[in-house]
Design a protein around this ligand. Structure first.
Ligand code: HEC
Length: 156
């Protein structure tokens, strides 16, 4: 006779091992999810964001629609505060909300790993194949790209 079914005792041990492993996995997943956001916002400078980066989202570039037109109140992860018609500036409070969102789209110290810089970039330079808002960064030497990269690198 070959025992094909583990006895109740063995099943219980296996179940307990599985449950404790699951706790470890859940804790690790939670840590992974929580960490990047909070550290990103901590090492990125709010004042530099507010004075140098945010205006880029509000400024019209030839042949393109302003970022804020589509991304104000957007349902994708680049969701800026929506502005009322005729208003083209953010209050301090609104900028802080935007800063939290934008911080999650960048990797501090790594412009080329940052979604905000790579997604709207021309594919020739490593940008996404498609962005509904167009290739608003014509190259990495584009002044807007450079300003955002400086912020990500923590340079003033
Ligand atoms: C015409 C509308 C439109 C404009 C203008 C626009 N976008 Fe987008 N953007 C979208 C849409 C829609 C998406 C969702 C993915 C897609 O369809 O490409 C998106 C996605 C993105 C993403 C990826 C967000 C994510 O899910 O991680 C980034 C980053 C981004 N846009 C940056 C910008 C920047 C920066 C500007 C201005 C320079 C801009 N977009 C202008 C429509 C627009």
């Amino acid at each position: 006779m070959i025992a094909i079914k583990p006895g109740p005792q063995k099943l219980r041990v296996m179940w307990e091992a599985f449950m404790s492993f699951r706790v470890v996995l859940l804790a690790a997943a939670a840590a992974l999810l929580a960490a990047p956001n909070s550290t990103a916002a901590q090492s990125l400078d709010f004042v530099a964001y507010q004075s140098n980066v945010e205006p880029i989202f509000l400024t019209k570039r030839d042949g393109f629609t302003r970022c804020v037109v589509c991304h104000g109140g957007a349902t994708n992860s680049f969701s800026l505060v929506r502005l009322r018609p005729g208003v083209n500036t953010y209050t301090e409070d609104q900028s802080r909300k935007n800063f939290e969102v934008v911080s999650r789209l960048v990797v501090p110290g790594k412009p080329e790993d940052s979604h905000l810089l790579m997604y709207p970039l021309v594919p020739d330079e490593g940008g996404a194949a498609y962005h509904s808002g167009g290739r608003q960064w014509p190259s990495k030497s584009d002044p807007n790209w450079q300003v955002i990269a400086k912020w990500i690198n923590g340079q003033k």
